[in-house]
Write a protein that binds this ligand. Sequence first.
Ligand code: C5P
Length: 242
Amino acid sequence: MENRDRLIIALDFSELNHVKRLVEQLGDRISYYKVGMELYYSVGNSVIDYLRELDKNIFLDLKLHDIPNTVANGLTALTRLGVSMLNVHATGGPTMLKAAAEAVKNEAAALAIPRPQLIAVTVLTSIHENDWAALGQERAIAEQVVRFASLAQEAGIDGVVASPQEAELIRKACGNEFLIVTPGVRPQGSALNDQSRVATPAGALNAGASHLVVGRPITAADNPRAAAENILDEMRTAYERN
Ligand code: C5P
């Protein structure tokens, strides 16, 4: 996989005009974008149509979490959009995860389109020790993350979203093919914003990440294209993993 296929830019906007401005600025250097709840709930499929027209890959980050039948039917509908990646919460449990993986596979086969990759959110990286204890959890967060990752893998899920700090443990437990998509990436010297468990682009790749999700270091930069180039350069300094 080329570095540009591993770098996913988070489109955390609510207006299509902002999306268009950024995507035009970034041009051919960036081929993968993440559309999350804010943007999708604001502009719906117009952003999917726009990005598909430009041949961009799309990670539709809607984090489904419901009973198996509802998640399966929701994912069936989302598979029809032709995106590259979708996600669910691992806390939906093994039955939900299996139903989710099956639904995506079956719908993609029925439509004869490439199957979107399906990944699971393990423990949200915003959850810190105090939140975790308040939820009544006694196991260490990292241990639970690895357990969820393994459960997801057994259920036929392609990978997980995780912080760069957890990537190494997950890579060990789940092997080389498993996707590990890490937000919380900050190039040398850039603002942390509200992220706390961060790594540099090369650090995240070396820890085992397969994809990096980057938002504000690029979207809020004075020169987004130069910021993206810098990150791609930093990624080049990571060990070649394949
Ligand atoms: O601007 P920044 O680089 O922090 O953006 C990171 C993106 O990754 C945001 O869209 C954020 O919602 C998302 N994300 C995250 N942590 C998670 C899951 C998703 O930061 N655990």
